[in-house]
Design a protein around this ligand. Structure first.
Ligand code: NAD
Ligand code: DAU
Length: 366
């Protein structure tokens, strides 16, 4: 058997725990895994915070090999029980507080979930791991992280690689950096088979409305202002979420324990250009918009404190060592995403709750 639980060319069914599986990327990953590996046991652990939505998994609820557990990754007793009862051999850890603007308003939950929660999971897996070894099985603990841990790039700087020093600038990225260090240390100190991925900005189905792309899509549909922070010249590298899921699948099956893999879309775009692309797509695809052309709604607003100027990912390692590359261009991915928001009003409308409106007021009141 290889380090990742594969015997020769025959794939052994896995028993996978997916934390944060009701969130944006987590739920896309749960769908990816269930579609692809029908014989695997899939257990989702999610606290269903404001960002978690069980409706994202509705199509899977009746599946025999699927279980949803509502619970917190800081709850050690619960995690111990799940690992033991379910004989988990693979952990894909997505659960996190993930929004930079919320981390500026209130960092506590970020330290709690991202640092203490990851520590709690690692400790539980360390305790559980010998039972896998006794059963002749290997395991993987995939820690899903972000390019934001590397800080901010200047216009001419080379893209982030796996050896770029960490320089987080927001409470969110600092808490993710802390969790990455713990995942790394558990490999070196305890020989736990942890693997870390640092990925760029995702977009696609089930993206919670507070993030840039869904927020712009929904505001265009509602005829509301499109708030662009600062001068709109900040750059992000956009990756279609389904490509991210295929990268994580590749890392689980072929990645080397103790390693880090950067994942990116090779799609660096300025925020203002991205918003203009969304406006054009909406103008083309949406039959009755309250305001046309949508670009009339663009409004420059006060900048985010500590706003990182540019992110860019050098994804050479995952390409050369594991053979993964993104398959969707930003033009194709944005078109599919706009179509998705147009046809899923029943998904996003209920998310514009009182809590969401209160959050929106706090961030955009100025
Ligand atoms: P998200 O905010 O959409 O979802 C997070 C999920 O975690 C939610 O379902 C939430 O209910 C759950 N959760 C939060 N706290 C929890 C706790 N204490 N216990 C159990 N569950 C809890 O986040 P996302 O955008 O899907 O990001 C998933 C992961 O990927 C995060 O670790 C994030 O740092 C990382 N990441 C995100 C992006 C991106 O562009 N969104 C890019 C790179 C990496
Ligand atoms: O880079 C990976 C990260 O991408 C992930 O780790 C985070 O979990 C994810 O939220 C995302 O972080 P960003 O801060 O880059 O994403 P967000 O969608 O919040 O913002 C994208 C860019 O758009 C950023 O430069 C800020 C800007 N922006 C955002 C919002 C919400 C605006 O100009 N206006 C807005 O209203």
């Amino acid at each position: 058997m290889t380090a990742n639980g594969n015997t020769g060319n025959l794939r052994q069914p896995r028993r996978i725990l997916i934390t944060g599986g009701a969130g944006f990327i987590g739920s896309n990953f749960v769908h990816h895994w269930c579609d692809r590996y029908e014989d695997d046991r899939v257990v989702v652990l999610d606290a269903l915070t404001y960002a978690g939505n069980r409706a994202n998994l509705a199509a899977l609820e009746e599946r025999e090999n699927f279980r949803f557990v509502r619970g917190n990754i800081c709850d050690r007793a619960l995690i111990d029980a799940i690992l033991l009862e379910e004989q988990i051999d693979t952990v894909a850890h997505f659960a996190a507080e993930s929004h930079v603007d919320r981390s500026i308003l209130g960092p506590d939950a970020f330290v709690q979930t991202n640092v203490i929660g990851t520590f709690t999971l690692l400790e539980a897996f360390r305790n559980h791991y010998p039972t896998l070894a006794d059963a002749g099985k290997d395991g993987v603990f995939l820690h899903v992280s972000t390019d934001e841990v590397y800080g901010s790039l200047g216009a001419d700087d080379p893209a982030f690689s796996e050896i770029t020093p960490y320089a987080p600038n927001s409470p969110y990225s600092a808490s993710k950096a802390g969790s990455d260090h713990l995942a790394r240390a558990y490999y070196h100190t305890y020989n736990l088979p942890t693997i870390i991925t640092n990925c760029s900005n995702n977009y696609g189905p089930y993206h919670f409305p507070e993030k840039l792309i869904p927020l712009m899509c929904i505001n265009i549909l509602l005829g509301k202002p499109l708030p662009v922070y600062g001068d709109g010249q900040n750059i992000r590298d956009w990756l279609y979420v389904r490509d991210h899921c295929s990268a994580l699948d590749t890392v689980i099956h072929k990645g080397k324990p103790g390693e880090t893999y950067n994942v990116g879309g090779n799609n660096e775009v300025k925020n203002i250009d991205l918003v203009n692309m969304l406006c054009q797509l909406m103008d083309e695809l949406a039959p009755d918009l309250p305001v046309r052309p949508s670009e009339k709604l663009i409004t420059f607003v006060k900048d985010r404190p500590g706003h990182d100027r540019r992110y860019a990912i050098d994804a050479t390692k995952i390409k050369t060592e594991l053979g993964w590359m993104p398959s969707v261009t930003v033009e194709e991915g944005l078109r599919q995403t706009v179509q998705w928001f147009l046809t899923h009003e029943s998904w996003w409308k209920p998310l514009l709750s009182e809590e969401y409106q209160a959050y929106y007021q706090k961030v955009y009141a100025h």
